[in-house]
Every structure is written in C-alpha cells, then in structure tokens.
Ligand binder design. Structure first.
Ligand code: BYC
Length: 473
C-alpha cells in the first residue's frame, strides 16, 4: 500500500480509520520531536542534507532522494505489504494462520521483545549525537544523519506496535523509550552495547559493522514472527538497515586502505610511524574490532535461555531465514554446547535446541561478520602485506552468557585473571588508543575533501560524485 504523506504522521496503515490510535500517536509525536531536539544530533538542525525518504514499501525504488533538514524529516509508520494467507512458520503453532492481534497469553513476552528492540533504536542516535562535529567528510556526515533519521523511524515502528496492540501498557512503554538514555546512570538503555560511548568515527564504523549487524539478525528473526504486524514492520526495517551495515563495512575498509597507503609510502608497518603519519595503525584497529565484536555478541543473550526457547515455541521469534531449515519445530533435538567447566577446562553439554536459539543466531551472525574480515584481508594481500585481521573467539571478553566472567585470550584459551589484566592492553582499546583516535577526529567539511586517516569512498550517494555537497551547512 502506498505511503500517505498528506497526514501529520505519514503511514501506510490507514491511520485515519482509527481515530483513537491516531490521537494517541499524535500525542506521542511532539515528545519524540522534543527528544530528537535534545538527544538527537547536536546542532545541524538548519543544514540541508541529501537524504533518502521512503515513498513506498516494495523492494524496488522505495527511496526518494532530496535535500531535507533533519527536524523536517517525515518520520512515520511503514509496514511491508501483507502476505496473503500467511501462516506461522515454526514452533508449536506451525501451520496456523498468522496472528493479526496479540494472543492474551503472549502479551507480556511479546511486549518485552518489542520494547527491547525499540529501546536500541533511540539509544544508537543518542550514542552518535556528537559525531557530526568531527566528521571526516561531508559524504560521511550525510551517512551519519541518514542512519540517525532511520533509527528514529525504527523507534516509530516499535512505538506504533506498542500503541496499536498493547493498550495503556504499550503507551506507557512508548513514553519510557524516550526516558531511558544511553549511558545514563539512573535510567540506562536496556542492552549493554547501547550504553557504550560512540564518540569517535572508528567506533562508529565498528558499531555500524558489528552492532547494526546484530540488528539485522534480530530483525530477521522477528520478521518470522507469528504476530504479523511485527513481521511486516521488521521486514521493512531490514531494507533500511542494509545501508547502515554498508556504511560500517566500507568505512572500515577505507580506514584500512588509508593505513596501507601510509605503510607503503613510509616503507614500514611500525604502528608508531603509521600514527605519526596521521593514520590508524592496524593493532589499534584490531583492538577496536575486538571490543565491538565481543560487545555485540552479548546482544544475542545467553547461550542457554528459557526465554529464547519459549519465544521459539510460541512463535514470537524464529530463526533468521527460517525457511532455510528443514525442521521448524525443533522438538527433541539436541544442541552440543561448549562451555567452561569448573576445572577451567571446556566441556560439551547437550541442551535442547530450543533453549540454544540465541546461540544458533549468534553462530550465523559470526559467519556473516567473517565475510567483511575476508574482504579486508584481501586488501592486505593485494598490497603484498603479511598482516591479517581476525575475529577474536566468541569466548573472549564476554559479559553475558556462559563465558561471562571467564577470562579468555582472543584465541579462546582460558587464562588467569592476572594474565588477562596484564595483556588486556594488547587486546582491547587502551586509554592511550582512545586519546590517539580522538586526536585524529577533526571536522572536514570542504566538499570532496577527506580527513587524513580515511581514504575516499569508491563512489558517491545515488550516483552523485564524491565532491557533491551532501550537507549544506
Ligand atoms: N545486555 O535469557 P537471556 C538493533 C538480559 S540491535 C544487557 O539470555 P534472552 C540496532 C535479558 O534482557 C538488535 N542485558 O536473554 C543495532 C534478560 O533480562 P530480563 C536488538 C542483557 O531474553 C544498531 C536477561 O539478560 N534487538 O536493532 O534470551 C543500531 C536474561 O537474558 C543482554 C533485540 O534485542 C545484554 N547484551 O535474549 C540500532 C531483539 N543480553 O528480561 C538498532 C529483541 C541479555 O530477565 N530482544 N540481557 O530482565 C531479544 O530477542 C532478547 O531480549 C535478547 C535477549 C536477544 C536481547
């Protein structure tokens, strides 16, 4: 269905047919805008930004590009088209008609999933709030703001579900989504990674590569939900999410490209020399990667989770691309889980597959993360350099699940806490690393110009040249 932009809240859900819902959302709208003003991108409200806006929900040509000021962006409610006669694709309700309303017995766990998902969206905008002041180019600045406005819209997607299907509780949850804040001592965001500061662009690119990719896997599994409005809204969110991961992957690849250029010019891979020349040395890059990968792994929850088992059984949350599996019920199937034993060794235990669903998702996520690593490592090969980047073991630096509190090195070997503390600075960003990366973060806003620590992108946005003035300040 086409998106109606003539209304106060653009939508393709016939909002005018439900006056009560429309009024409730129109009541939330100014609170959202107030939140955007105070917690969203600092400054830049008057800049004209070359943004894409959704004009339809079909895969082909949903985006229209044009100059927009962020406060005038039309945040709204867009669901992918309904699949006629859709049935539940997994779990105990497999084959039954997908639900258009929330079954009473699943209200509370479904609300919890929607709130957790919704909480991450504004959190990421808050985390990235100050980045505009140190953008490496106008191209990058535009991409940052594109991501920010779309994360704002993803909040709308979840708030719509809360208002439309969860009555008063849902409206209260929608208010609280604007009251918790990233890193706030009293009211932090729900999940760990979304309270981590993202105050430099290396972290931003790591975040959009690793953390947005968690978003992809979580949204894909919610897109399988028996609750059809959730499946439809997340299907559309995924089309927007793809660009966020593109920004992460290409951003990191440009950082590597620049480091390789500097190493070739200088004829050395000495990290101090690379830093002196104003590029990001590879050991620092690897430490940032270790941090953001391990933090993002925690977002999948515990390896053994009764929440995950019941979400699968009841049909609330499936596996990404559920249709690729043969067995959609997963009853009486075991999953072999490696976990630490008391003697500091590793034991493998059989657990019911349904309880291991978080781990199933995490494993497919890790495989997806590896693809970027392969591409980046090819850059080294092509440059004739011996260095390689690697994902650390999923046991490394975990705060959630069976490996939480177990000290492991990046290869996954269990080590003493004292050894971990002694070597932590080799594996995770140090205060000195952060100071160095911060020192490179100087705003570059001349059209087509790039900061010295990052190579230009291969092409511009929507076939425009790289020199295009993507943000008119
Ligand atoms: N930090 O049974 P467990 C995105 C909590 S990103 C802190 O293991 P479960 C985006 C957990 O909440 C995708 N707490 O977990 C990306 C639970 O607490 P309660 C976001 C954590 O339920 C970039 C307790 O520990 N999507 O979209 O099986 C930019 C026991 O947990 C963490 C979703 O989250 C953590 N890392 O699975 C913008 C999807 N992990 O309730 C956006 C919806 C766990 O006992 N959420 N806990 O107080 C879910 O599917 C599940 O809630 C989780 C956790 C996978 C997150």
């Amino acid at each position: 269905m086409a998106i109606n932009y003539n209304e106060k809240i653009p939508n393709n859900v016939n909002l005018t047919d439900d006056r009560t819902l429309q009024r409730a959302l129109e009541h939330w709208q100014p609170k959202f805008l107030q939140w955007w003003q105070t917690m969203g991108p600092s400054d830049f409200a008057a800049a004209d930004i070359y943004l894409r806006t959704a004009v339809g929900v079909d895969a082909a040509g949903w985006a229209s590009y044009g100059e927009v000021r962020m406060p005038d962006y039309r945040w709204g409610i867009f669901l992918a088209d309904a699949e006629p006669a859709r049935t539940v694709g997994f779990g105990d309700h497999m084959g039954e008609a997908a639900w258009q309303q929330v079954p009473g017995e699943y209200r509370s766990p479904l609300r919890r999933l929607i709130v957790t998902q919704g909480d991450t969206e504004p959190a990421s905008v808050e985390q990235q709030r100050l980045l505009g002041h140190s953008c490496p180019s106008l191209y990058d600045l535009r991409n940052l703001f594109q991501i920010n406005v779309e994360e704002g819209r993803h909040l709308w997607a979840m708030v719509y579900l809360l208002h439309a299907y969860f009555g008063r509780d849902g409206r209260e949850e929608a208010e609280e989504l604007l009251e918790r804040h990233s890193g706030d001592a009293d009211k932090p965001r729900i999940l760990g990674t979304f309270n981590e500061p993202v105050t430099d662009w290396l972290s931003f690119f790591m975040f959009t590569y690793f953390t947005d990719r968690d978003g992809k896997y979580q949204l894909k599994s919610l897109a399988e939900s028996a609750f059809d409005p959730l499946a439809r809204t997340t299907r559309f969110m995924l089309t927007e999410e793809a660009h966020h991961m593109f920004v992460g992957e290409t951003g990191l690849s440009r950082v590597i490209k620049r480091a390789l250029e500097v190493m070739t010019e200088l004829g050395t891979d000495d990290p101090a020399a690379v830093r002196n020349a104003g590029a990001i040395d590879l050991p620092t890059f690897q430490r940032y990667l270790n941090f953001w990968f391990s933090s993002s792994l925690d977002l999948f929850g515990s390896e053994v989770s009764s929440n995950a088992a019941s979400s699968f059984a009841t049909g609330l949350k499936g596996r990404p691309d559920e249709s690729q599996y043969d067995d959609h019920r997963c009853v009486d199937v075991a999953f072999e889980l490696a976990q630490p034993d008391r003697a500091r060794g590793i034991k493998t235990e059989s657990i019911p597959l349904r309880n291991a669903m978080n781990e199933v998702l995490r494993t497919s996520y890790v495989r997806d993360c590896e693809l970027g690593l392969k591409r980046w490592n090819r850059q080294f090969e092509r440059a004739g350099m011996g260095q390689r980047l690697a994902l650390p073991s999923p046991r490394f630096h975990r705060a959630i699940g069976v490996w939480a509190g177990v000290h492991c090195d990046p290869e996954g070997a269990i080590i003493d806490e004292s050894e971990f503390r002694r070597r932590e600075g080799e594996w995770l960003p140090t205060a000195a690393d952060r100071r160095f990366v911060k020192s490179l973060m100087r705003q570059v806003i001349a059209p087509g110009k790039m900061a010295g620590w990052i190579a230009p992108p291969e092409r511009g946005i929507n076939s425009l040249p790289i020199e295009y003035e993507y943000v008119r300040l």
